[in-house]
Design a binder for this molecule. Structure first.
Ligand code: GDP
Length: 223
């Protein structure tokens, strides 16, 4: 069954493949809370430090080379960028944080918009918090986690660039992050290790997100 609830099942992997093979359209960029688009779809947001590999991951998930480049173009980097996937899932690409050269006011803007988004966004089902496998958790990531704990938004750690790490150190890093996650109320316990370059973990993450889209459909059909 496609909705048996296990993201690792073959059926869910297939459901994820089909979902992400569908049309994926740029909806809009929102610079202010009052610009956030309304939607009936389940929404998944992607967050992480600048240069973490967020665009590469979104492009790998959707199988489109230049989709998330839209969000990396000047003028759009401080916005929340929305994409609609096959009429079934909304993807929100949050602005990158922790960029060393970003001015204090742009960091304040990030916090302000993202905090409002996280606290008030009803369709938001999960945030994928991207962490560079080579660097592990940084203070700026911890600050983002604190924000999401406060907003009671479920977030899942997704390691990026895991091709840059050997199995042993990667397993140790995952163990270390998991121990830290146990202290966070809103953290999803599973960590997903991905590589946009090698394609590792992409099918599994698609399946995980397809499950959220399916759950939304199910909950709406039973209202
Ligand atoms: P963003 O700023 O978070 O959107 O990051 P980008 O997707 O633009 O990636 C930042 C840099 O990391 C680029 O040089 C990418 O080529 C590189 N990168 C992204 N994903 C991977 C990956 O899975 N493996 C490796 N080795 N490099 C990656």
């Amino acid at each position: 069954m496609a909705d048996d609830g296990d993201p690792d099942s073959e059926a869910m992997i297939e459901a994820g493949r089909i979902l992400f093979a569908g049309a994926c359209d740029f909806v809009m960029g929102a610079a202010r809370e009052d610009q956030l688009p309304s939607t009936d779809l389940a929404e998944v947001a992607f967050a992480g430090r600048s240069n973490v590999g967020k665009s590469s991951l979104i492009n790998a998930l959707t199988g489109r080379k230049a989709l998330a480049r839209t969000s990396n173009t000047p003028g759009r980097t401080r916005e929340v960028n929305f994409f609609e996937l096959g009429g079934k899932l909304m993807i929100a690409d949050l602005p990158g944080y922790g960029y060393a050269r970003a001015s204090k006011s742009s960091i304040a803007n990030w916090t302000d918009l993202v905090e409002r988004y996280l606290k008030g966004r009803r369709p938001l089902r999960r945030v994928c918090l991207l962490i560079d496998a080579r660097h592990g958790l940084k203070d700026s990531d911890r600050a983002a986690m604190k924000l999401m704990d406060a907003a009671a938004v479920v977030y899942q750690i997704v390691l990026t660039k895991s091709d840059k790490m050997k199995d042993g150190p990667r397993a140790r890093l995952i163990g270390k992050i998991q121990a830290e996650l146990a202290k966070h109320t809103a953290a999803h316990p599973e960590i997903c290790a991905t590589s946009a370059v090698k394609g590792t973990g992409i099918a599994e993450l698609r399946a995980e997100l397809a499950l959220l889209a399916l759950e939304e459909k199910f909950s709406q059909s039973t209202i």
